[in-house]
Design a protein around this ligand. Structure first.
Ligand code: PXG
Length: 459
């Protein structure tokens, strides 16, 4: 590897001189220097100093089978030698996207039988947005084009992705979002439920916000509702079980399509292949990416339900949309092998029956009681820890987010990578984690919380 001719110090210097990073304050990062992750194996990543760090985020919510899988490298190598690239335009196809489409529709809910490929979750959501609006136009209702989304949603960083998303800071930098997208309340009970309101009732009330938005616009103006089954980047916000079935009921009542963004939850994260199955709903589109290849190759798949597909195929004519790398043969070969590994090792069942419940219990028992922790919650192998100043009143520390960053920095120093988003710490580890890995993570997080608390006392 050419990078081995450079010291990591030199790489950091070149990084600071030339590399513009995503979601980064460049001045701040260039002063502090970047952490270069040089290699990884199993559940561990290794940083510039050779320090071993347990990766609690599976890269960025994607490396579900863990690092160092030779089989995936071999699949990519073999495919590159056989056919590194050919397009799927102009009535052409290559073998691996075909076989992957078959596999994906076998894993997906029954009414989902079509796949449209891209290289990222953002691209797949662009496709989804265009597709649902195109659907209503084909149905003779072009004015039925409004999309309802939620505050703090994350649907990607392209203009369509950021517009669909409900991140205020991103909207502020858009200087003109895609029109006709509105955002309603999120199903985040910890901050938004009323005193004495049950989880169940809160879920119904949060769903009612979707109905209110439909009624306000007029059902004949609303194309679809989009949501992450569990909001990821927004802080692992797990809705009450009452929420999704009620949202689906409302969508059906007003003939509004249901778009599920499973870029994070897809491929086992919640203990089923898709969170649609966890929550028992039948979305019209399912956006997937990330763990489709466990991050070993960039690939997304928009899974399309029968209702939209029937119209697209029968009435559609040409859909003027597609990416050069749609159905990339190498990425699809890696995805096929990745899904094979997940099935062979029973990783999804393991999350559902063993590690998911153990993770929930460990977080509750070993982290939930800490003075700095207002709530822990998890579903499958996706968890959140709310950092508070006062457990009873849920008062937060000021400035907002500062203590979560303090905990995060201590955690990394303890050999534990997890995310801080606002005042919420988030975890989304590789699905290969065992009970022992979960114990190791809890030990390190508990230690980080203690160290952060000691720092706060000194102030
Ligand atoms: N939808 C969801 C639900 C996502 O989480 C995307 C779409 C966009 O995918 P691409 O592949 O275009 O990045 C995502 C991506 C974070 C973070 O801070 C999360 C994502 C991306 C970057 C940062 O947690 N998720």
């Amino acid at each position: 590897m050419t990078y081995q001719n450079y010291s990591l110090k030199q790489l950091q210097q070149i990084d600071a001189a030339h590399h513009l990073h995503p979601f980064t304050d460049h001045k701040e990062m260039r002063e502090a220097g970047s952490r270069i992750i040089a290699h990884a194996n199993g559940p561990f990543i290794y940083d510039s100093d050779g320090t071993e760090i347990l990766d609690g985020m599976a890269g960025l919510w994607c490396v579900n089978v863990g690092y160092g899988r030779d089989e995936l490298a071999d699949a990519a190598y073999a495919q590159m030698k056989e056919l590194p690239y050919y397009n799927s335009f102009f009535k052409c196809s290559t073998p691996t996207p075909v076989l992957l489409a078959k596999k994906l529709t076998e894993l997906a809910p029954k009414h989902v039988n079509q796949v449209f490929y891209g290289s990222s979750g953002s691209e797949a959501n662009d496709t989804a947005l265009r597709l649902v609006r195109h659907y209503w136009a084909l149905e003779g209702k072009p004015e039925k084009n409004r999309i309802i989304s939620r505050k703090s949603a994350y649907h990607g960083s392209t203009i369509a992705g950021a517009s669909l998303g409900g991140m205020e800071q991103m909207h502020n930098q858009l200087h003109g979002a895609v029109p006709n997208i509105v955002h309603v309340m999120m199903p985040y009970a910890y901050e938004l439920s009323l005193p004495g309101e049950s989880d169940h009732d809160f879920g119904l009330r949060a769903a009612k916000a979707v109905e209110d938005a439909i009624l306000e616009a007029g059902a004949d103006k609303v194309a679809a509702f989009i949501g992450e089954p569990v909001m990821g980047a927004g802080g692992v916000k797990i809705p009450p079980m009452s929420y999704w079935p009620e949202v689906q009921r409302i969508c059906r009542k007003y003939d509004v399509l249901l778009m599920l963004d499973e870029v994070i939850t897809g491929y086992g994260r919640t203990g089923e292949w898709f969170a649609a199955q966890t929550f028992g709903i039948e979305p019209d589109t399912i956006t997937t990416a990330k763990a489709l290849t466990s991050g070993y190759q960039p690939l997304s798949a928009l899974l399309v339900g029968d209702r939209i597909a029937a119209t697209l195929v029968e009435k559609g004519g040409e859909f003027y949309h597609g990416y050069t790398y749609a159905g990339h043969p190498v990425a699809c070969a890696v995805a096929l092998k990745n899904l094979e590994i997940m099935e062979r090792e029973g990783l999804v069942e393991r999350v559902k029956n063993d590690t998911g419940p153990y993770f929930a219990k460990a977080l509750q028992e070993r982290i939930g009681g800490h003075d700095l922790v207002g709530e822990v919650r998890s579903i499958g192998l996706m968890g959140a820890i709310e950092i508070v100043r006062d457990k009873a009143t849920k008062e937060r520390f000021l400035p907002a987010g500062s203590t979560a960053v303090l905990v995060r920095d201590h955690a990394v120093a303890q050999g534990m990578m997890l995310r801080a988003t606002g005042d919420t710490m988030i975890l989304s580890p590789p699905l290969i984690w065992t009970r022992e890995t979960i114990d190791m993570a809890c030990d390190r997080i508990a230690k980080a919380l203690d160290l952060a608390q000691a720092d706060l006392h000194k102030r």
